[in-house]
Design a binder for this molecule. Structure first.
Ligand code: SF4
Length: 351
């Protein structure tokens, strides 16, 4: 039974976080108008909308309503590959558009905004990364999906957060030494879980890097029964206090499967749309990022993902601009480590 103090504390927390999110600056009628025009253009252009879990809820809803897909980067690429549409509209960030193009080079891939990138991708430029790999020629190069086509082409393996542990264990069993790039927190999590030492690149996600263990523990005092869900791109101190650690899809599954009614979530808050669908009636609370004195208590939304909106999707379809082009030679080289991961994943699921 909640005390009056508990209830008032919870209201305060919810009100505080609600202020941080600007509502979509459109009336319901405008939203509806945009959606109808986008739906008509998707049909006219033989296109399919694939959206990441971190994009605005209105885009995720639109992707669902139009027979597209809402998922993580790998499933977005898999879905786009299998879908009969000749054009893919990828609502996400640039490496996702590139991954779709690498796996499906015969299709046109357009993005709502090609400027939308990722701090992990930016923080791993190909020249420096290639020199790092060249300095350690006896190492197998494993890169996270959040990298450019050029970095993927330099790698032996591409992994996502859902398959990283399995791939690293497999390689270590073969006696391989491993270079890991670019996310140092995910790499550190993989090292702790497997006990396998890796040579690590120093990159981080600007969203997950900001979560604070102390802030989460403070919120836990207000919600003592809440489970803490953490994406492993978060710092070690945050991962250590998690009830469940995993990729976006694994966290959505945890929200559905764990018996808790409340969850403190340390990943991009746009994932709440799918978490609420997966676990109706449960309550989701953003993990704080700022210290207690900060004006903004939580900035758990990727600024690049936020560039995707109804206006930019409509503009991309109307103009055909912001098409993703990847050098054919890079496509050939980058597809090898991606395909290796897909084959590995298929074998794991069969086994
Ligand atoms: S949330 Fe982080 S990892 Fe994801 S696209 Fe944004 S910066 Fe990159």
């Amino acid at each position: 039974m909640l005390s009056k103090q508990d209830i008032s504390d919870r209201i305060l927390v919810q009100e505080h976080f609600a202020k941080e999110h600007l509502p979509l600056d459109m009336s319901e009628a405008q939203v509806d108008d945009y959606k109808q025009r986008i739906k008509a253009l998707l049909k006219e252009k033989d296109a399919c909308l694939v959206a990441h879990y971190y994009t605005d809820a209105v885009l995720q809803q639109l992707a669902d309503e139009t027979g597209g897909c809402v998922s993580d980067s790998l499933e977005m690429a898999r879905f786009g590959n299998a879908h009969p549409a000749s054009t893919l509209v990828v609502a996400g960030v640039k490496f996702m558009g590139e991954t779709a193009k690498i796996l499906t080079p015969n299709k046109r891939v357009i993005m709502p905004t090609i400027e939308a990138t990722c701090s992990l991708d930016i923080g791993c430029p190909i020249d420096e990364f290639s020199a790092f790999c060249d300095a350690h020629p006896d190492h197998e190069v494993v890169v996270y999906a959040n990298t450019s086509a050029a970095v993927k082409a330099r790698a032996d393996w591409v992994v996502t957060s859902s398959i990283a542990l399995d791939v690293v264990e497999y390689l270590a069993d073969q006696g391989k030494k491993i270079i890991w790039a670019p996310d140092k927190h995910l790499g550190s999590y993989v090292q702790r879980q497997t006990g396998i030492e890796m040579l690590m690149w120093d990159g981080a996600c600007i969203v997950h890097d900001e979560f604070k263990a102390k802030g989460i523990l403070d919120i836990k005092k207000v919600y003592p029964d809440a489970a803490v869900l953490v994406h492993p791109e978060s710092p070690d101190s945050v991962v250590e206090i998690a009830d469940a650690v995993g990729s976006t899809t694994q966290l959505i599954n945890a929200a559905r499967e764990l018996p808790n009614k409340q969850f403190i979530v340390a990943t991009d808050n746009a994932i709440f749309y799918k978490m609420r669908q997966a676990a109706p009636g449960k309550e989701f609370i953003e993990a704080p990022t700022g210290g207690s004195g900060a004006t903004c208590r939580s900035c758990a939304h990727c600024p690049w993902m936020a560039m995707n909106g109804l206006e930019s999707v409509l503009h991309a379809l109307e103009s055909g601009q912001d098409e993703i082009h990847v050098d054919p030679a890079l496509i050939t080289d980058a597809r090898k480590p991606l395909q290796r991961m897909l084959d590995f994943s298929a074998a794991l699921n069969q086994g």
